[in-house]
Write a protein that binds this ligand. Structure first.
Ligand code: SAM
Length: 394
C-alpha cells in the first residue's frame, strides 16, 4: 500500500483529463444535493462515457498502464481457459464463447488461437467501453486475422439465451460497490461530498437495501460487525449475475477474480474493507486521487456471487483458488506443449514462462488471492475444474 505522496505525477494532458472528470463529479454532486453514494461515484469515474477510467483512452493494462491481469502475463491462463472452452463446446456439440469485459483482447486472441483447429462458431465480446472495443479489435485483427469474422462485439447481453461458455476475468471486482461503516451498531452508507473544494468521504444513514444486506452478512458470519468497521458490498452484483443468467441457456460460466468467501471477506480483523486503487502499478486506498486516471476495485464476495447464481437458477459447479483451477485444467501440460511446439526455445522464453507460472500459481501472488467460481445451467462438466473443492466454505 502506498501513500498518495509516493505516487507518480501524471503529465499535463492526463491532469487536464482528470480535472474534467472531477468537474463531472462536481456537476453530479450539485444535481444530487451535494452527496452521492460511493457506488455512484465509482460508476461515474470508471464508466462515464468518454471520460471514465475504462471508457477513455488511458493505457490501463500492462507495464505502461496501471495493473497487469492474468491474460497480460503470457498465454498460460488463456491456454487453460481454451482447454475448458474446447471441452465444454465438444460436450455441448457446439455453442459460442461469450467473454464479458475483454480488457485488451489478449485473452480472446489467445483462446481463439489455441482453438484454431476447431474454433467456436462465434466469440462474443460484451464490452461496455468503446475505447476498449477498439483496442480489442486491433489486437484480434493483428493476432488472429483468420478468425476475426467469428468475433462479434455486444454492448448488451443477447436477448436469446446462449449455449456455450461464458468467461469473465476480473469483471466482478470492477462493478461499482457500496461502502459502509458501522456506527452505534448500525450501518451508515459512505458516499462522497465536496469539503473545502476537495472530494471527501461522508456518510448517511444506510438505505433499507444496504441495511438489510449488512444484517444478512452479520447473520451469515454469526457476529455483529463492530463500530468503526468499514467494508464494501456489491448491491449491483446479484442483479448483474441474474441478467447474465437470463442470457445463458445452457453451459458453463467461469468467473475468476480476487476475492473471498463471505466469512473471510467480513472477517472481524479486516476492519478497513478491501477497496483498492491502482495507479501506475502502485496500489493505495484513496479513491479520490486523480479521478478518471486510476482503477478502483473492491474484492469479490464469492458467497454472494454463488448465491446470486443459484437464485437465478444456476448450479454452483465449482469454487476454488486460481492455482487449483489452473492445475486441474492443464497449466503444466500447457508449459510442456509450448516446449514441444518451440523446440530449442531461448532461455529468455523459458524464464519468462517460469515467471508467469509463478505469478499465476504462487500463494503470495495470484494463486490464492484469486478464485474461480463456476456456474452451470443444464450442464455437468465431464472434466475436472479443480483439484480442491472449496464450495463447502462458501
Ligand atoms: C479489470 S478489467 C479486466 C479486463 C480483462 N478481463 C482482463 O482480464 O484483462 C475489467 C473489465 O470489465 C469491464 N466491465 C466492467 N463493467 C462491466 C459490465 N457491466 N459489463 C461488461 N463489462 C464490464 C471493463 O470495461 C473492463 O474491460
Amino acid at each position: 500500500m502506498h501513500n498518495r505522496s509516493e505516487l507518480p505525477v501524471p503529465d499535463d494532458s492526463a491532469l487536464a483529463h482528470s480535472a474534467r472528470v472531477a468537474d463531472l463529479v462536481g456537476a453530479r454532486l450539485a444535481d444530487s444535493g451535494g452527496w452521492i453514494s460511493f457506488a455512484d461515484y465509482m460508476d461515474l469515474v470508471l464508466y462515464a462515457p468518454g471520460l471514465g477510467y475504462y471508457s477513455a483512452g488511458a493505457q490501463k493494462f500492462g507495464p505502461a498502464g496501471d495493473f497487469v491481469t492474468a491474460p497480460g502475463l503470457g498465454s498460460l491462463f488463456a491456454g487453460c481457459l481454451a482447454r475448458v472452452a474446447g471441452q465444454t463446446l465438444d460436450q455441448l456439440d457446439g455453442g459460442v464463447v461469450l467473454e464479458v469485459g475483454g480488457g485488451t483482447g489478449a485473452l480472446a486472441a489467445d483462446v481463439l488461437r489455441a482453438l484454431r483447429a476447431n474454433p467456436p462458431r462465434q466469440y462474443l465480446l460484451l464490452e461496455v467501453s468503446a475505447d476498449l472495443r477498439e483496442r480489442q479489435h486491433a489486437v484480434l485483427a493483428a493476432r488472429v486475422p483468420e478468425l476475426l469474422d467469428r468475433v462479434q462485439w455486444l454492448d448488451r447481453l443477447p436477448a436469446t439465451p446462449l449455449t456455450g461458455i461464458l468467461i469473465a476475468n476480473e469483471v466482478l471486482d470492477a462493478l461499482p460497490a457500496e461502502r459502509f461503516t458501522m456506527q452505534d451498531g448500525n450501518p451508515r452508507q459512505l458516499g462522497v461530498r465536496l469539503q473545502g473544494g476537495k472530494l471527501s468521504w461522508s456518510s448517511m444513514p444506510a438505505p433499507a437495501a444496504l441495511e438489510a444486506a449488512v444484517r444478512t452478512i452479520e447473520q451469515d458470519i454469526g457476529n455483529r460487525l463492530p463500530d468503526g468497521y468499514s467494508s464494501e458490498i456489491s448491491l449491483r452484483q446479484p442483479a448483474w449475475i441474474a441478467s447474465l443468467a437470463a442470457s445463458f441457456g445452457q453451459g458453463l460460466a467461469l468467473f475468476t477474480d480476487y476475492g473471498y468467501s463471505r466469512r473471510e471477506y467480513y472477517h472481524p480483523q479486516r476492519i478497513e474493507g478491501t477497496l483498492a486503487c491502482h495507479y501506475r502499478h502502485h496500489w493505495h486506498a484513496d479513491p479520490f486521487f486523480l479521478p478518471g486516471l486510476q482503477d478502483i476495485t473492491a474484492w469479490v464476495d464469492f458467497s454472494a456471487a454463488a448465491r446470486a447464481g443459484a437464485a437465478a437458477g444456476l448450479d454452483v459447479a465449482a469454487y476454488t483458488t486460481q492455482a487449483h483451477f489452473l492445475l486441474a485444467t492443464g497449466i503444466l501440460q500447457e508449459m510442456e506443449t509450448d516446449g514441444i511446439r518451440n523446440p530449442g526455445q531461448s532461455p529468455v522464453r523459458t524464464q519468462a514462462m517460469a515467471a508467469e507460472l509463478r505469478q499465476l500459481l504462487m500463494p503470495g501472488e495470484m494463486g490464492e488471492r484469486f478464485k474461480m467460481l463456476a456456474l452451470t445451467r443444464g450442464f455437468e462438466p465431464g472434466f475436472e475444474l479443480t483439484v480442491r473443492d472449496m464450495r463447502p466454505g462458501l
